[in-house]
Ligand binder design. Sequence first.
Ligand SMILES: Cc1cc2nc3c(=O)[nH]c(=O)nc-3n(C[C@H](O)[C@H](O)[C@H](O)COP(=O)(O)OP(=O)(O)OC[C@H]3O[C@@H](n4cnc5c(N)ncnc54)[C@H](O)[C@@H]3O)c2cc1C
Length: 478
Amino acid sequence: MNSVTRYDAIVVGGGVVGCLTARELTRLGARVLVLEAKSDVAAGTTAANSGIVHAGFDAETGTNKAKLNVRGSAMMPNLTRDLSVRYRQIGALVTAKGDEGLRGLEVLLERGRKNGVAGLSIVRGEKLRALEPNLSPELDCALLAETSGIVCPYGLAIAAMGNAMDNGAVLLRNTPVVSIETVEGGYLVNATYFAPAVIDAAGLAAHKVAALAGVTGLSQHPRRGEYLLLDRNCGSVVSHTVFTLPTKAGKGILVSPTADGNLLLGPTAEDLPEGADCAVTTAGQGKIVAAAKKMVPSVPLGGRITSFSGLRAVGESGDFEITKRGGFIALTGIESPGLSAAPAIAELIGETLGEAGLLPEKPMANFNPVRTVVRPKEMTDAERDALIRRDPAYGRIVCRCEEVSEGEIRDALRQNPPALTLDGIKRRTRAMMGRCQGGFCTPSLLSLVSRERKIDETEVKKNEGESYIAHERTKGGN
Ligand SMILES: Cc1cc2nc3c(=O)[nH]c(=O)nc-3n(C[C@H](O)[C@H](O)[C@H](O)COP(=O)(O)OP(=O)(O)OC[C@H]3O[C@@H](n4cnc5c(N)ncnc54)[C@H](O)[C@@H]3O)c2cc1C
């Protein structure tokens, strides 16, 4: 029989919800274990979404989506500051035209106010043009949401997990949860880990994980959203996140700067059966281009550098579903605005477990909420100069497109949770995310990973499974 390791809480899934939950429960004094099926955190839906911190006017008043979005959005400025995550409150504009469009905006305005969203107003004519000079002249009115922001979604999840680990949480990657047995006083996971509380934050697979614990009847399906990403020199075409009026299928296609300064177009919304993948399609890309041009006719499509897609976990109720059975909490239907709401979902789970007497009586006395990341590019010349004198690795540029230094790659391979793959490095540093998409820096990265992790270059993976970059050595020596 396996020996059993005991924790206060086990979190299944290292997406943004699981990582922030792990951090919050650690802050509350719990010994936390996170089990993630993939080789890294933030590799599921959290890796591929719009990265918008929605203000909270879209969801129906009184729903979990509305309450948790508004609270999560309010938490985001302090949270991202503590965790050194890129976030900017740039505001959003929901654009429309004519009397019918205006009526749609008024409905959103009213709902937003009921949801408790501050900074909402309708703008028209010259004021709208002044806010977004490149907007189509066809669009004559918009709802301005001043508190809407943009955040690096995987950056937030990685930082939250790293901070939880710095404070004592344990992360096991490449560890899918395959069994959950209800035992005296709690749950036995994979016949190896015991805790009185289990939080199922497994995203698209959350209903299946819940079924392992005997919580049946939950169902979800994937809704794919495709994107087109444009180079950083296109990022200033708009200065707000620009939407059109939302529909039942979602918030529609947007044109927005990203937290890292690119321009993002998308997403589409395509309901698919379980097991669907993150493909991109000609039809989907065509829809994005047409919708983006309608909003911003001068959108510089020549600047496109890549396309990608993500899968939303859509539940039956259309709301975030939080199902508690004893010490087991399943989170299903965490589609958009799940990223915006994630800090508030984590807070709610902490309160729920606390009220159930499943957490230690006192929060961790010496919890350190701060995680720092060295980013030479964001420093002044004088600061960067001093940094490079102290540590010359920060002066050796590896990724030219995104100006990422060897020192930052090394940090990504050492700092909690250390990157294990090239995609892990990419999400932590932005190396390979620029115009050449890794064409230039991949060989240098292979050498750095090999050196840091003390593995052969042929053992370095891009992400999951057998995704080795170098198949075999074709020449002798180095
Ligand atoms: C196209 C699109 C656009 C979106 N835009 C926005 C937006 O602009 N703003 C916003 O607020 N929200 C947005 N969202 C929603 C947001 O991205 C999600 O709500 C959020 O990322 C969900 O995070 P999660 O942690 O629940 O799931 P995930 O990130 O999917 O994490 C779940 C994790 O569980 C792991 N897992 C699965 N099964 C197991 C198992 N058996 N054992 C262990 N681990 C397991 C997975 O590998 C994964 O890492 C968007 C989503 C999509 C798809």
